[in-house]
Design a binder for this molecule. Structure first.
Ligand code: SF4
Length: 351
């Protein structure tokens, strides 16, 4: 079976996986991947077994990011190592891993003519041809291509350095937009290459600028406008105000600590607890692996301060509201308690 046929929409370094297993002499490995790659894992396991002679087990749990690697399950299954597919390493994550973890990210295949058509539209519409370029790991190797194309069309391209959670320049995560931090963006246009509104909204919120978007697969272009960012902020300010009212009304408050290896922010949770102590509010510390509305509902919580994956509070708040739960980030709790002015709203990036 040709690996090309297993994952028709993605490029994955199957040779690299085989080499890593052979060079390290692993006899048994656990193979983990996100939902979008799960279907191909049994066939990939077969290819790896043929190429290495090692036994390959498949991890069937959901997987949301490199922060969610299954090192502990690999150890429990007696594997020598974990092969984590789909995401790049988070360098600042706890390196005390139960077994060695090898990250192999997956890149979406694109049609160059679609991408070039999209880039051409962007270069014709941007107000400044100093273009800061950002993407997710699924498109990371397109950055160089896109940079060359834009420069050939008289643009100057800026690509920011990675922070502690990113593996590549220009890469952004739902929990980190460090690539924008060191760049001089005052007279620049921002371009996010990728899918969905969440990452460009994070970029827009952390820079205070509009963000052009380009879906590299379809070539479709769009924009996070100031109006859209303000609509998002109004919703978050609504949640902050509700949190304030709930606290004053003596609600059941939980401070959520994520137990996934790259989501553990125990110190930040303690800071939140100290803040509530000082203000005289009651709370419980809650520990969870996969965060889900029903689990919190069952505990009778009204308000949850989430120190696990920031995306849960910001991108999935509706699911929690349906269960009568207001979920906010640590930044938002500081605002609810008047420790931070509302003008300084930002995404949760405290790692
Ligand atoms: S913490 Fe959330 S946003 Fe960050 S890498 Fe993990 S899943 Fe993605």
């Amino acid at each position: 079976m040709d690996p090309e046929n297993i994952f028709p929409s993605f490029d994955i370094d199957v040779e690299g996986i085989i080499t890593a297993i052979a060079e390290n002499g692993y006899r048994k490995v656990l193979l983990q991947g996100p939902e979008g790659l799960k279907r191909g894992l049994p066939l990939l396991a077969e290819i790896i077994e043929k190429g290495t002679g090692a036994r390959v087990l498949i991890d069937a749990e959901p997987c949301f990011g490199a922060c969610d690697h299954a090192g502990e399950r690999a150890l429990a299954a007696g594997a020598d190592a974990l092969i984590h597919l789909g995401h790049s390493d988070i360098p600042s994550m706890d390196r005390n891993m139960p077994v060695p973890v090898h990250f192999f990210h997956a890149e979406m295949k694109v049609k160059w003519d679609m991408l070039h058509a999209g880039l051409k539209k962007i270069v014709e519409t941007v107000s400044s041809k100093r273009i800061a370029l950002f993407t997710t790991v699924q498109h990371i190797s397109l950055l160089d291509q896109a940079k060359r194309f834009l420069e050939d069309h008289s643009a100057t391209v800026l690509i920011g350095e990675p922070g502690g959670r990113e593996a590549f320049p220009g890469q952004v995560l739902g929990c980190s937009f460090s690539a924008a931090e060191g760049l001089e963006l005052e007279n620049a246009s921002l371009l996010f290459m990728g899918t969905g509104r969440f990452h460009p909204m994070g970029l827009s919120t952390s820079t205070g600028k509009e963000v052009h978007t380009l879906d590299p697969v379809t070539g479709a272009v769009g924009k996070i406008t100031t109006m859209e960012r303000e609509r998002f902020l109004r919703k978050r300010f609504g949640s902050i105000q509700k949190a304030r009212d709930l606290l004053d009304g003596g609600c059941m408050t939980g401070i959520l600590i994520g137990s996934k290896p790259g989501q553990r922010r125990v110190e930040l949770a303690s800071d939140m607890a100290d803040l509530l102590d000082v203000k005289g509010y009651d709370y419980r510390m809650i520990v969870m692996d996969s965060v889900a509305p029903m689990k919190l509902f069952t505990l009778g919580l009204d308000l949850v301060i989430n120190t696990a994956c920031p995306r849960i509070a910001l991108d999935d708040s509706v699911s929690y509201v349906r269960q009568g739960i207001v979920m906010i980030t640590p930044v938002e709790l500081r605002m609810a308690l008047d420790e931070l002015p509302w003008s300084e709203y930002r995404f949760d990036e405290e790692w």
